[in-house]
Design a protein around this ligand. Structure first.
Ligand SMILES: C[S@@+](CC[C@H](N)C(=O)[O-])C[C@H]1O[C@@H](n2cnc3c(N)ncnc32)[C@H](O)[C@@H]1O
Length: 216
C-alpha cells in the first residue's frame, strides 16, 4: 500500500465514523466471541490479546474484562477517539477488572506494530476482508508473529462478493483464502456461517463466516 492509498483508506474509515455509518457498531460483542471466552481456559494474568481493526473498542474492552492485556489497533483516528472515550467511561464506572488492561494504537494492520509478544488470542471482526489483496500476506505474517504457539486467531469476514469485486472496501474473502493465507503456520479449528445481527438484517446482507484458527 502506498502512503497515498493508506491516507485514502484512513480518510474513508474516518468519514464512516464521523457520519455514523457504522452498522457493525451494535454495542454487543458477538456471541461467537462471548462463547469462545466462556469455554476457554482462563488466560494467564497479563497475557496479551489483539483486537485487529478494533473500531470503537467495544471488543477490546470485552477482552480486557477477561483479564487480558488487550491491544486494539485501528487506522482511523476517529474510531480510536471513540475507543478512548469508551475506555474512560469503563474505568470511571469500574467495569474493568484490576487484572485487565486495554490500550489502543493507531496503525495499519498490515504493518502490525507489535513483534513476538506471545499473544494468546487475536480477534478480527470485519477488518481483514477489507484489506487490499496484496496486503493480506503481510497482515498474516504479523498475526503469526504476534501469537504464542497454541494461540488463537478468531476472524469474522464476508465472503468475496462477485458484484462488489474490485470496489475499494470490504472486498471479502475467497473460498479457502483464510486457510491459504496462513498455510501450515495456523490450522483451522472451526469455520461457520455468520448469522446477521438484528440490526443488519434489514439491509442487504452478504454471506459471511467465522473462522477460528490456532497457531501450531
Ligand atoms: C467493519 S469495521 C469493524 C470494527 C470493529 N472490529 C467492530 O467490530 O466494531 C472495520 C475496522 O477496521 C479498520 N481498518 C480497516 N482497514 C484497516 C487497516 N489497514 N489498518 C487498521 N485498521 C483498519 C477500520 O478503521 C474499522 O474500524
Amino acid at each position: 500500500m502506498t502512503a497515498e492509498m493508506g491516507t485514502d483508506l484512513r480518510a474513508h474509515w474516518d468519514e464512516r465514523y464521523r457520519s455514523g455509518q457504522t452498522p457493525w457498531d451494535t454495542g454487543i460483542t458477538p456471541p461467537e466471541v462471548q462463547r469462545f471466552w466462556t469455554d476457554a481456559e482462563l488466560p494467564r494474568p497479563g497475557a496479551y490479546a489483539l483486537d485487529i481493526g478494533c473500531g470503537s473498542g467495544l471488543n477490546t474492552l470485552f477482552l480486557a474484562r477477561q483479564g487480558l492485556c488487550a491491544i486494539g489497533v485501528d487506522l482511523s483516528g476517529r474510531a480510536l477517539m471513540l475507543a478512548h472515550r469508551r475506555l474512560r467511561a469503563s474505568v470511571s464506572d469500574d467495569s474493568l477488572p484490576q487484572t485487565g488492561k486495554a490500550v489502543f494504537v493507531q496503525a495499519d494492520v498490515s504493518r502490525l506494530p507489535v513483534g513476538p509478544i506471545g499473544a494468546v488470542y487475536a480477534l478480527d471482526i470485519g477488518c481483514l476482508h477489507s484489506l487490499p489483496d496484496a496486503r493480506r500476506p503481510l497482515y498474516a505474517r504479523g498475526i503469526w508473529r504476534a501469537l504464542c504457539p497454541g494461540g488463537y486467531y478468531h476472524v469474522y469476514a464476508f465472503d468475496r462478493d462477485k458484484i462488489s469485486a474490485g470496489s475499494s472496501n470490504a472486498r471479502g474473502m475467497d473460498d479457502g483464502e483464510v486457510a491459504a493465507l496462513f498455510g501450515d503456520a495456523l490450522q483451522i479449528v472451526t469455520e461457520e456461517r455468520g448469522i446477521p445481527s438484528e440490526r443488519s438484517r434489514s439491509s442487504s446482507v452478504r454471506q459471511s463466516r467465522w473462522y477460528l484458527l490456532q497457531k501450531r
